[in-house]
Design a protein around this ligand. Structure first.
Ligand code: ADP
Ligand code: MG
Length: 403
């Protein structure tokens, strides 16, 4: 189906044409009518399948430009994703009078407050900064009609359930709630049961969470050979652009230090960097000014990198969902992409869980291990719900993070 067949505002059609969007992607085709009709919705589709526009186009279409109040609120788990999401809305809405803005941590809250005073109709936010603004400014959510949780499962993983519930309690106008992700583990059920009304489930990932154009390679390595293997693979594969994922800031630091001496264009991104640096790295990587990025999982959710051809899991992801999101930074929109995952002897149990849950047929570089001998069950999942468990200090507990 073509965008021109839809009854969209002229300004939106003009922007889509300029951007070169002609046909709706399958998730867009299936999601649009429900958003326009105002149904609550859970939309599950592969990474890189166009979920942002599936939500953003009908939301831009539906907000009332003459009402100077926040009418759509979009929550996302990371600051970079907030930036990316608001950029996408901004170009869709460019030829209309709808205004969008993003608020996220690590950036002056006063500047954000003054922008909000000037009237914003679509607000993209990370949960932490949104809560700060709700407590410390006259931010009004009374007119919100669309509440969107992008990567909702990740926000719950990060311990934001109470914050999200608080946000729900601030929205007094009847509103539609929509959840988008490539993965929706069981933890999401509580949220949908309590806060969504008779939701439509649009699910395009029934048997495959990863796109067909993504190939999954694995290599068994000994810890002391891992770095040289990585360098060898980089030389062989000559990635156009690649992300090397590590499981902690510390591991990122170490790998980055080593890699600096071997390749020219490499940077690292993790939650310990100041936000200006993070923003600039993210923008430069998106433009392909940087070839290699060593990253923690903060770069794994939702970010759209069209030049990235390779994902290296230098450390094995924690669980099947983390594998899906990390590797989903490549092979977007039908492009080819390769994921290469290092596995050490101690990882075999977790690997089994990842392969089975994601129905991956692994291709092996080097010797294939006998996985039938590895323990099969349990082990791989992150604990669900808020981390840490302790009492809430002030209004919310800042999620602990080593990402
Ligand atoms: P997801 O959220 O499903 O992971 P994104 O919304 O980030 O995917 O979209 C992936 C890429 O596809 C982006 O680069 C986006 O610009 C592009 N895209 C989305 N919809 C269309 C479309 N209808 N036609 C062409 N490109 C599209
Ligand atoms: Mg997305």
């Amino acid at each position: 189906m073509k965008f021109t067949e839809l009854d969209l505002k002229q300004g939106i059609l003009k922007a889509l044409k300029k951007k070169g969007y002609e046909d709706l992607t399958p998730i867009q085709e299936q999601t649009f009518p429900h958003v326009l009709k105002g149904r609550d919705l859970i939309s599950l589709a592969q990474t890189g399948s166009g979920k942002t526009a599936a939500c953003a186009i009908p939301v831009v279409q539906s907000v009332d430009p003459s009402l100077n109040e926040i009418q759509a609120l979009i929550l996302v788990p990371t600051r970079e994703l907030a930036l990316q999401y608001v950029d996408e809305i901004a170009w869709i809405a460019k030829e209309t009078t709808v205004s969008a803005f993003a608020v996220y941590g690590g950036f002056s809250i006063d500047i954000q407050k003054s922008k909000l005073n000037h009237g914003v109709q679509i607000l993209v936010a990370t949960p932490g900064r949104l809560i700060d603004l709700l407590y410390n400014s006259p931010l009004r959510l009374a007119e919100v009609r669309y509440f969107v949780l992008d990567e909702a499962d990740e926000m719950l993983n990060q311990g934001f359930l109470t914050d999200i519930e608080f946000v729900f309690s601030c929205m007094v106008h009847e509103h539609h709630t929509m959840l988008f992700s490539a993965t929706m583990p069981n933890e999401i059920k509580h949220l949908s049961k309590n806060y969504l009304e008779d939701p439509v489930m649009v699910e395009l990932i029934a048997d495959k969470k990863a796109p067909d154009s993504l190939s999954h390679y694995f290599q068994v390595v000994q810890p002391r050979h891992r770095f040289e293997k990585l360098v060898e693979l980089i030389e062989q594969e000559k990635p156009n652009q690649a992300i090397m994922f590590c499981s902690s800031r510390n591991n990122c630091d170490k790998l980055y230090d080593h890699l600096k001496g071997k390749v020219k264009s490499v940077e690292q991104i993790h939650g310990g960097l100041d936000q200006n640096k993070r923003t600039s790295l993210f923008r430069r990587f998106k433009r392909r000014d940087i070839q290699y990025l060593v990253a923690t999982d903060i770069a794994s959710r939702g970010l759209d990198f069209s030049h990235t051809t390779h994902i290296f899991n230098y450390d094995l992801p924690q669980n099947p969902e983390a594998y899906t999101h990390r590797t989903g930074r490549t092979a977007r929109m039908g492009r080819e992409g390769k994921a290469i995952t290092f596995v050490m002897d101690r990882d075999m149990r977790k690997l089994n869980v990842i392969l089975r849950a994601n129905r991956i047929k692994p291709q092996w570089i080097g010797d294939e291990p006998d996985l039938s001998k590895a323990p099969r069950g349990g082990g791989g999942r992150r604990p669900s719900g808020p981390r840490g468990g302790g009492k809430r200090k002030n209004f919310r507990r800042k999620p602990k993070s080593s990402r």
